[in-house]
Design a protein around this ligand. Structure first.
Ligand SMILES: NC(=O)C1=CN([C@@H]2O[C@H](COP(=O)(O)OP(=O)(O)OC[C@H]3O[C@@H](n4cnc5c(N)ncnc54)[C@H](OP(=O)(O)O)[C@@H]3O)[C@@H](O)[C@H]2O)C=CC1
Ligand SMILES: CC(=O)[C@@H](O)[C@H](O)COP(=O)(O)O
Ligand SMILES: [Mn+2]
Length: 385
């Protein structure tokens, strides 16, 4: 029996992780969860799984749940609650499916506690990949990718030698606006942006797919997970989201992982690794698909992808700024405060105005993250009001 602690239990990845646990109760026990503000769904999860520990974002919500579930679950709150969930003594596997850079510190604590990490939260590696991967190596803790592209690459690399890799090829659907020109993006609505062509995901990552920042974050994530230089990480536009990513080897072979666009496949692979267990995910009918399309990326069309490569290559605190500025701007867009194309303008402004620190330690990363949020928030107020 694997004990699982789960951050982001009420979200898109979190609920799909719970689906897998529900279907495999002989293999997995949900021992601890952290959620944000969705108390209704949290109550349902507690009633079904009786996790020993539950953490919610706010203290006031914790007090409400503690009254309701006294004797069933211990209820905590805030950043400390996230850490207590991550290191719960009955958990062997820590699934990080929380949104944003708030996922970083719990991951580091879980590594210190020797937990196997199943990582969906891409902000962890974008902001502090050098620290996270070094600590995981020191503690001999596996970091198993959940993100579909990284799971695909991880699967392609099973049994392969690192020295034989020529390049990683990450696929991108193109997001909600892949058929629009930049001029057509000037006045797009929130609803249009949230309409992803292939995947059903949380709001923030769906906007990131539309701006192509998601692919930028994934390039940085791949750099750290697979220890590859940026020159050996390519992105291809692939409309079907059927090939989830590929690895080219130096003998000219390309190995790809294919499957229907269903996150339960990569989540379950991380939960059961090194086993591969059955799912009832829709099967791919390649004859029905007929043709797969691949196109070069246009870095002028997708400026956020260019920013991410630049921030990744220059390194230091620049990826922290890239991520924090993006988190603030996407939230501002979702709140109707800025237009879609202003997301990338403001991220560019934040990167240009940052003097990077090389090889930052954790305290520096956390303070640059916080400062960037404050600076960008002020900039948005002064620019648009
Ligand atoms: N969705 C997908 O298919 C994929 C997602 N990812 C990555 O996985 C992560 C999660 O994405 P997704 O599931 O889409 O996001 P969602 O927005 O659907 O879910 C986010 C989860 O995090 C919780 N949360 C947010 N902020 C806090 C906080 N401060 N404290 C505690 N809990 C918090 C939310 O709680 P609540 O709702 O209760 O407020 C919710 O449970 C992201 O890093 C994303 O990039 C990667 C690959 C695919
Ligand atoms: C499901 C998943 O892993 C997402 O990150 C997905 O990749 C989004 O699709 P695009 O970013 O390719 O549009
Ligand atoms: Mn992905």
């Amino acid at each position: 029996m694997k004990g699982i602690s789960l951050l982001g239990a009420t979200g898109s990845i979190g609920t799909q992780t719970i689906d897998i646990i529900r279907s495999n109760r002989d293999q997995f026990e949900l021992v601890a969860i952290a959620v944000g503000k969705n108390l209704e769904l949290t109550r349902e999860i507690i009633n079904e799984f009786h996790p020993k520990l539950v953490s919610v974002q706010n203290q006031a919500d914790a007090a409400i749940l503690q009254r309701e579930f006294a004797g069933i679950s211990k209820i905590l709150s805030g950043d400390e609650g996230l850490i207590d969930v991550a290191v719960h003594p009955d958990a062997n596997l820590f699934v990080n499916a929380i949104l944003g850079s708030v996922g970083l510190v719990p991951t580091l604590n879980a590594i210190e506690a020797g937990k196997t990490i199943a990582l969906a939260n891409k902000e962890t590696l974008v902001t502090a990949g050098h620290i996270v991967m070094a600590r995981a190596r020191d503690r001999k803790v596996p970091v198993l990718p959940v993100d579909s592209e990284h799971s695909a690459i991880f699967q392609c690399l099973q049994g392969e030698r690192q020295k034989n890799i020529e390049r990683l090829i990450i696929t991108a659907s193109g997001g909600s606006f892949r058929d629009n020109t930049r001029e057509q993006l000037l006045d797009v609505t929130i609803e249009e942006a949230l309409h992803h062509p292939n995947w059903s995901m949380g709001a923030k990552i769906t906007i990131d797919s539309a701006t192509m920042m998601n692919k930028g974050l994934e390039v940085i994530e791949a750099h750290w997970l697979f220890d590859q230089p940026y020159d050996k990480i390519d992105v291809l536009l692939h409309r079907e989201s059927t090939v989830h990513s590929m690895v080219e080897f130096h003998d000219g072979s390309i190995i790809a992982q294919l499957g229907s666009p269903d996150m339960r496949i990569p989540i379950q692979y991380a939960l059961t690794y090194p086993e591969r267990t059955p799912t009832n995910a829709a099967r791919l009918d390649l004859t029905e698909l007929g043709t797969l399309h691949f196109q070069k990326m246009d870095f002028n069309r997708y400026r956020c992808l260019r920013f991410a490569y630049e921030a990744g290559r220059r390194g230091g605190t620049l990826p922290v700024v890239l991520n924090a500025a993006n988190e603030v701007c996407v939230q501002a867009f979702l709140n109707g405060k800025i237009k879609f194309l202003e997301i990338e303008d403001v991220i560019e402004w934040a990167l240009e105005n940052h003097v990077p620190t090389a090889n930052p330690d954790l305290d520096t990363i956390l303070s640059v993250d916080q400062e960037t949020r404050e600076i960008v928030t002020k900039h948005l107020v002064s620019r648009f009001h």
